[in-house]
Design a protein around this ligand. Structure first.
Ligand code: MSP
Length: 647
C-alpha cells in the first residue's frame, strides 16, 4: 500500500506563516498516519520561485530574483523541522531536475497539438500572476488583491484547455471523492458549467526573463503556474523515475481554496493532454482568519507559526491547528483559544489521565503495570476495554477521509471515558478490600493499555509527546502500534513506567496573570440607571451616553450554527462569550450558510430581554449591517477574546 501527498509549493515572496504551516502540518499528520498504518509513504513540499511576483518582491529589496529566492526558500526549508514536519523531499522550481521536466512536458503537450500561438489582451494582476476578464473584476479591481490590474496586450502561447472540459466534467462526476470535501467539488462543477477559456502559458522575455524557457521558442518563458504544477511529478523523476512509478498512481494534493482552479482544472487537463494519469484526490481546506479576513502578508495579520510553536510547544501548536479547524471550513485563529484548548484538552484531560494513572500504578502496585493472568478478557473486566477497537476504526476512518479534527475528537472522547472510569471504579476504594485485588489490577492494567493506545493514536499529530509517553510506559521505541491486542500483549510482560516532568503544565497557571475578560451581564438583569440628578435629557431622536452604556455589547464566537426548522431566515447560533455560552437566533439564513458561520467572531447585544422566535428562546441579538440587499455581520477587525466588551 502506497501513499503520496504534496503541499502547494509556496511562493518565495513572503516568509512562512501560519497558513503555510497549517497545510504542511496537515500533510505531515496524514503521512505519519499512513506510516503508522503500514503504508509506504512519500511526502513532498517545496517552493515556487519564478514569475513576476518574485521579481517584484526581490526588486523591492534591491536584490536579484535568484539570490532572493535562495534566501526565502531556505527559510521555508529551515522552518519545517522545528514544526516536526517529516517531508521526504523539498523541491525548488529553480532546480535543474525540475526545469528539464517542465521543458519535456511542454514539448509533449505541444506535440499533441494542444498549444498554439496567438494574441491576447487582458487585465493582468501581478499579485495573482494571471489575466482577468472584465466580468471577473470587482468594480474594475482584482477580486483577490483589490488593486487595479494592468491592461496588457501581447502575443503568447496558449494551451487548449477546453479540449478536455467534457472529459474533466465526466471524471469529477464519476469520482465523488476526487475533489473533497464536497463543497469544493461542487464549486469546480460550477466553474465547469461555463466554457473553459484557453490558458495563456507563456510570457514574452521582453517583459519577464525570470522563468523556464519555452522549449520551442527562445523569446518566451513558461507561465509560472504551468511551471509550478509540474513540480508534483518532477520531484518524482517523471517520466521514468522509480519514485514516479511507485507513488504517482496514488497521488493526493492538499491545498487551500485560494488555488482550487489551477489544481482542479489546469493540472488535470495538462496531465490528460500529456497522456499522463491524473492524481487521485485533491484535498481542499479553508482559511485561517484573523478577525474575519484571511491571514495573509498583504493584509498584515500574519501569525508567525514558529513563534507560536516556540511559545506553547510544537505538539500543542499542532494539536490546536488540527483540533480547531474543520477541514474545508474557515477558522479563526486566536492565541486565547489556543491556550483554552491547551489547558482543557491537553493539561486537564490528557495530562490528568496520565498523572492519575501513573500515581495509582505506583501507589497500589509498586510501580509495576499489573500483567494480567491471561490475555483473554476476564469476567471481571472493566467494560470500557471493548471500546478500544471501535476507537481505532473511528480514528482510521477519520484520517482516511482527511478529517484530523474527527480523529482527535474520537481520541479525546476515549480519554474522557478513561477519566470517568477512574472515578467510577475508584481504585483507592478497591485497594481497601483484599477481595477486590483482581479488579484493581485489571483496572490499572487497562488504564495503562488505554494510555499506550491513545499515545499511538495521537502520534501523527503530536509525535514528540506520543513517543515520550510510549517510552515512559516502558514500551520500545520501534514497537509503536495501534493494535489494542498487540499493546496488551506487550504490557503483559510487566512494564515499569518511568517518572518525568508533567506533559502539559497549564498555561493559565504558568504565565497568564492578567484577569479574564469580565462575564457578560445576564440578559434583563441590568437595572435601569437612576436618573442622575440634574442630568440633561437627550434631545429627540438621540440617546445620552448613560443610556448608550446600558447596552451590553460583546464579542462572541460562533461555536455551532444550524437552521431553525421551517424557517428560511432563522439560524440558531451557539455562541461562546469566553466564560459562558448562549443561544441566539439570528435572521440571517438567506445570506449565510450556517456552516460558514462557525468559527467567526460577531458582536451581540448581550443584555437584550430574551425573546421567543419560532418557539425557541433567543438570548441576545447579533449585529449586522445591511444596504437593503446585501447583509454583512459586524465583527472585530483584529484578534480579540470572545466575551470582550464592545464600547
Ligand atoms: N505558489 C502557489 C502554489 C503553487 S502549487 C503548484 C501559491 N503559493 S502561496 O505561497 O501563496 O501558498 C498558498 C497556500 O498557502 C494555500 O493554498 C494554503 O495551502 C497556504 N495558505 C496561505 N495562507 C493561508 C491561510 N490564511 N489559511 C490557510 N492556508 C493558507 O499559491
Amino acid at each position: 500500500m502506497n501513499y503520496y501527498v504534496t503541499t502547494p509549493i509556496y511562493y518565495v515572496n513572503a516568509k512562512p506563516h501560519l497558513g503555510h504551516a497549517y497545510t504542511t502540518i496537515v500533510n505531515d499528520v496524514l503521512t505519519r498516519f499512513h506510516r503508522l498504518d503500514g503504508y509506504d509513504s512519500y511526502f513532498l513540499t517545496g517552493t515556487d520561485e519564478h514569475g513576476d511576483k518574485i521579481v517584484r518582491a526581490a526588486q523591492a529589496e534591491g536584490r536579484g530574483p535568484g539570490e532572493y529566492a535562495d534566501e526565502i526558500s531556505a527559510l521555508f526549508k529551515a522552518a519545517w523541522p522545528g514544526l516536526s514536519i517529516s517531508n521526504d523531499d523539498f523541491i525548488r522550481t529553480t532546480e535543474e531536475r525540475h526545469k528539464t521536466v517542465v521543458s519535456r512536458f511542454m514539448d509533449l503537450v505541444n506535440r499533441r497539438g494542444d498549444i498554439y500561438f496567438g494574441e491576447y489582451g487582458g487585465h493582468y494582476c501581478f499579485g495573482c500572476e494571471r489575466f482577468y476578464t472584465e466580468k471577473e473584476l470587482v468594480d474594475g479591481l482584482c477580486p483577490d488583491h483589490g488593486v487595479k490590474p494592468e491592461y496588457i496586450a501581447e502575443k503568447n502561447y496558449f494551451f487548449r484547455m477546453g479540449n478536455y472540459q467534457d472529459w474533466l466534467i465526466d471524471h469529477v462526476r464519476s469520482n465523488p471523492d476526487f475533489i473533497r470535501p464536497e463543497r469544493y467539488r461542487n464549486e469546480v462543477l460550477g466553474f465547469l458549467k461555463e466554457p473553459l477559456e484557453d490558458l495563456c502559458i507563456s510570457r514574452p522575455k521582453s517583459r519577464l526573463t525570470w522563468g523556464i524557457d519555452i522549449p520551442f521558442d527562445d523569446n518566451f518563458v513558461t507561465y509560472v503556474w504551468f511551471d509550478a504544477l509540474i513540480n508534483y511529478i518532477s520531484a518524482l523523476g517523471w517520466p521514468d523515475g522509480e519514485l514516479f512509478h511507485r507513488y504517482w498512481p496514488v497521488a493526493q494534493h492538499t491545498i487551500a481554496k485560494d488555488i482550487l482552479k489551477p489544481h482542479a482544472i489546469f493540472w488535470p487537463t495538462m496531465l490528460r493532454s500529456a497522456g499522463q494519469p491524473i492524481y487521485r484526490h485533491l484535498n481542499v481546506h479553508g482559511y485561517w482568519q484573523i478577525g474575519l479576513s484571511k491571514m495573509s502578508k498583504s493584509v498584515g495579520n500574519v501569525v508567525e507559526a514558529l513563534a507560536m510553536a516556540g511559545k506553547y510547544g510544537t505538539d500543542a501548536f499542532r494539536y490546536f491547528l488540527m483540533r480547531e479547524m474543520t477541514f474545508g471550513l474557515d477558522s479563526e485563529f486566536s492565541e486565547d483559544r489556543l491556550i483554552e484548548r491547551h489547558d482543557s484538552d491537553l493539561a486537564n484531560d490528557l495530562g490528568n489521565l496520565w498523572s492519575r494513572s501513573l500515581a495509582m500504578i505506583q501507589k497500589f502496585n509498586g510501580g509495576l503495570i499489573p500483567p494480567p493472568d491471561t490475555l483473554e478478557p476476564q469476567p471481571d473486566e472493566p467494560e470500557w476495554r471493548g471500546r478500544a477497537e471501535d476507537l481505532v476504526s473511528a480514528w482510521r476512518l477519520a484520517f482516511d477521509s482527511v478529517n484530523p479534527r474527527g480523529a482527535l475528537t474520537a481520541i479525546w472522547e476515549y480519554v474522557g471515558a478513561l477519566n470517568k472510569a477512574i472515578d467510577s471504579e475508584a481504585p483507592w476504594a478497591l485497594a481497601k478490600d483484599p477481595a477486590k485485588a483482581p479488579r484493581l489490577k485489571a483496572v490499572l492494567a487497562r488504564l495503562a493499555e488505554g494510555l499506550a493506545l491513545v499515545s499511538a493514536l495521537f502520534w501523527p499529530v503530536m509525535p514528540g509527546t506520543a513517543e515520550a509517553m510510549w517510552g515512559r510506559l516502558g514500551l520500545g521505541a520501534g514497537d509503536m502500534t495501534t493494535d489494542p491486542a498487540a499493546i496488551r500483549a506487550m504490557l503483559a510482560r510487566g512494564r515499569r513506567p518511568t517518572a518525568g516532568e508533567a506533559f502539559f503544565p497549564r498555561i493559565e497557571d504558568r504565565d497568564r496573570k492578567e484577569p479574564k475578560p469580565p462575564k457578560a451581564a445576564k440578559p434583563a438583569e441590568t437595572p435601569a440607571p437612576a436618573a442622575k440628578p440634574g442630568a440633561a435629557p437627550a434631545p429627540e431622536g438621540m440617546v445620552t451616553f448613560d443610556e448608550f452604556k446600558r447596552l451590553d455589547l460583546r464579542v462572541a464566537r460562533v461555536e455551532a450554527a444550524e437552521r431553525v426548522p421551517k424557517s428560511d431566515k432563522l439560524v440558531k447560533l451557539t455562541l461562546s462569550l469566553g466564560d459562558s455560552r448562549r443561544t441566539v437566533l439570528a435572521g440571517i439564513g438567506k445570506h449565510f450558510e450556517p456552516a460558514d458561520l462557525v468559527g467567526r467572531s460577531v458582536v451581540i447585544v448581550a443584555n437584550l430581554v430574551p425573546a421567543k422566535l419560532m418557539g425557541q428562546l433567543s438570548h441576545g441579538m447579533v449585529l449586522a449591517a445591511t444596504d437593503g440587499g446585501e447583509l454583512a455581520l459586524v465583527g472585530p477587525s483584529g484578534e480579540i477574546a470572545p466575551g470582550s466588551k464592545v464600547s
